[in-house]
Design a protein around this ligand. Structure first.
Ligand SMILES: Nc1nc2c(ncn2[C@@H]2O[C@H](COP(=O)(O)OP(=O)(O)O)[C@@H](O)[C@H]2O)c(=O)[nH]1
Ligand SMILES: [Mg+2]
Length: 202
């Protein structure tokens, strides 16, 4: 077992705004999804041990691109555009749906999706839709209950328990869940193990 952070040399690869601009469908990919402001960019930065690999922003929902990062010559991370942003126009939302639908339907390289949720309000409608979508396309899901530093230990574990119960009702999903904090680094090793297992490098 190699304990070195395999994500530490991750670098920006390319962005795609439409199905025809996606990079070649080869190797292994792990996607990151989440509601705007849940801390998706912060989680990617923390896992890759880099300050500004994925942009973090206080103005959520601007990007409608899939940003690809190369972890190694064969492995990539795909940062999916944040969802559930009410102010996005209908045409933007439609474009988002089309791109994501295409990606989940066709992407052979996709091994699993990390869904980042704010632990204080997890499982919003849009999160549930994303989980269902992954299940429908036979894509494994791993949920990060992010910002766990905002709650006491007890409250965080209660949230984890409640969330695990919700997940266990979904019989078809191959899913797992954990506490995480992009701010403190809590849960990094567990998340990393999941990503390595999807890449086949654990
Ligand atoms: N306290 C705390 N704040 C966080 C954490 N992760 C992200 N944030 C903050 O939440 C806001 C949104 O984060 P960002 O990564 O841009 O979210 P994104 O829209 O999902 O990519 C920023 O102000 C971050 O500093 C965390 O684990 N703990
Ligand atoms: Mg972001």
């Amino acid at each position: 077992m190699d304990f070195k952070n395999q994500l530490a040399n991750t670098s920006f690869y390319t962005s795609a705004s439409s199905p025809d601009s996606l990079p070649a469908d080869e190797g292994y990919e792990v996607a990151f999804a989440g509601r705007s402001n849940a801390g998706k960019s912060s989680a990617i930065n923390r896992l890759c041990n880099q300050k500004s690999l994925a942009r973090t922003s206080k103005t959520p929902g601007r990007t409608q691109l899939i940003n690809f990062f190369s972890v190694s010559p064969v492995n990539k991370l795909a940062d999916l555009p944040g969802y559930g942003y009410a102010k996005a126009s209908h045409s933007k939302q439609r474009q988002w749906l089309e791109l994501l639908e295409y990606y989940f339907t066709h992407r052979q390289a996709l091994k699993g999706t990390i869904i980042v949720m704010d632990i204080r309000h997890p499982f919003q409608d849009a999160d549930q839709k994303m989980i269902n979508w992954c299940t429908h396309h036979h894509c494994d899901v791993h949920i990060l209950l992010n910002k766990s530093d905002k709650l006491s230990r007890n409250k965080a574990h209660n949230q984890l328990q409640a969330a695990s119960n919700i997940l266990s009702h979904d019989k078809n999903a191959s899913s797992s869940i954990q506490l995480f904090s992009a701010m403190t680094g809590y849960g990094v090793d567990e998340a990393m193990s999941k990503i390595y297992s999807w890449f086949g490098t654990s």
